[in-house]
Design a protein around this ligand. Structure first.
Ligand SMILES: C[S@@+](CC[C@H](N)C(=O)[O-])C[C@H]1O[C@@H](n2cnc3c(N)ncnc32)[C@H](O)[C@@H]1O
Length: 270
């Protein structure tokens, strides 16, 4: 942490990033990640589940469809609205709230499962968010986290973003949550039986160019970065995104088929 920038200031900037673009238009990209997390933690029907940084509600919806009693929080009001609407469309009763992952509005030991898919990795103060995950989980309950890795596609994408438009000074790299040793240290001694697994979600776009334009339009981190650049800078940024996508491409027919790696952490609250 620098002397001049606080985590609260960084968080305010990051909140604007997630409010920009239209995350709702792109959120379905991580539906399979949420479904995988819900399975890997072995949710038991009737359990109390919290989805931290729920976005449009993927993990919360996955848990509610498994007959759990679910809460979900996010600090972007439009995304929480969207999560409410999705739950209503399926007639699922989920307690969605606007709240901060670093200051959860729940008592200690409230939840059987505290989950976050591609969520807490984007908080400002990682240690505070980790402490909160552990605090609200009951002894014997599980913490389950899915996070992009540094070497995977989104880790490389975030690196590309940083090359063209520097992140807020003092901000921590989100992919720390994709590193086993760092996550183990952050969760600390209040958890045991921590297990890690790396897996991939396959993404499909019409072409590498389609991917770049889709992300530049809808995905907050790339949308905001592009907005800070002049025309030449934006063109160079787009070209790097296309090159990254092309490099990861498994398809040879002009479309884009790309595997995006993420780390799943499952830990038991001691
Ligand atoms: C990549 S999105 C993932 C959303 C959702 N979990 C999913 O699987 O689609 C990251 C989310 O983290 C949320 N977020 C980041 N920091 C947060 C914080 N301190 N408190 C609450 N939400 C936060 C953002 O608003 C955004 O919805």
């Amino acid at each position: 942490m620098t002397d001049t920038v606080t985590f609260e200031e960084i968080k305010a900037k990051q909140q604007k990033i997630w409010s920009s673009g239209d995350y709702g238009k792109i959120a379905w990209i991580t539906v399979p990640v949420a479904e995988t997390l819900a399975e890997v933690v072995d949710l038991r029907p009737g359990s109390r589940v919290l989805d931290v940084a729920t976005g449009t509600g993927h993990v919360a919806l996955a848990a509610a469809r498994r007959f759990c009693d679910v809460s979900g929080i996010d600090y972007v009001p439009a995304l929480v609205d969207s999560a409410h609407r999705r739950a209503a469309a399926e007639d699922l009763d989920i307690d969605f709230r606007e709240a901060d992952a670093e200051d959860l509005p729940f008592d200690d030991a409230t939840f059987d499962y505290t989950l976050s898919a591609i969520g807490v990795m984007f908080t400002a103060d990682h240690q505070r968010a980790a402490n909160e995950l552990v605090r609200v989980t009951r002894p014997g309950g599980r913490v389950g986290i899915a996070s992009w890795t540094a070497t995977g596609f989104v880790g490389q994408l975030l690196k590309t973003v940083g090359k063209h438009a520097a992140p807020p000074p003092g901000s921590l790299p989100p992919v720390r949550w994709g590193d086993e040793a760092t996550v183990r240290e952050m969760l600390g001694e209040h958890v045991s039986d921590t297990a890690f697994s790396k897996t991939r979600v396959t993404q499909r776009f019409l072409s590498p160019e389609h991917f770049a334009d889709f992300f530049l339009t809808h995905y907050g981190p790339t949308h905001m970065a592009a907005a800070r650049l002049d025309d030449d800078g934006r063109a160079a940024f787009r070209a790097d995104m296309i090159a990254l996508a092309a490099e990861s491409n498994k398809a040879t027919d002009g479309t884009l088929v790309s595997d995006w790696e993420y780390l799943i952490t499952i830990a038991t609250k001691a």
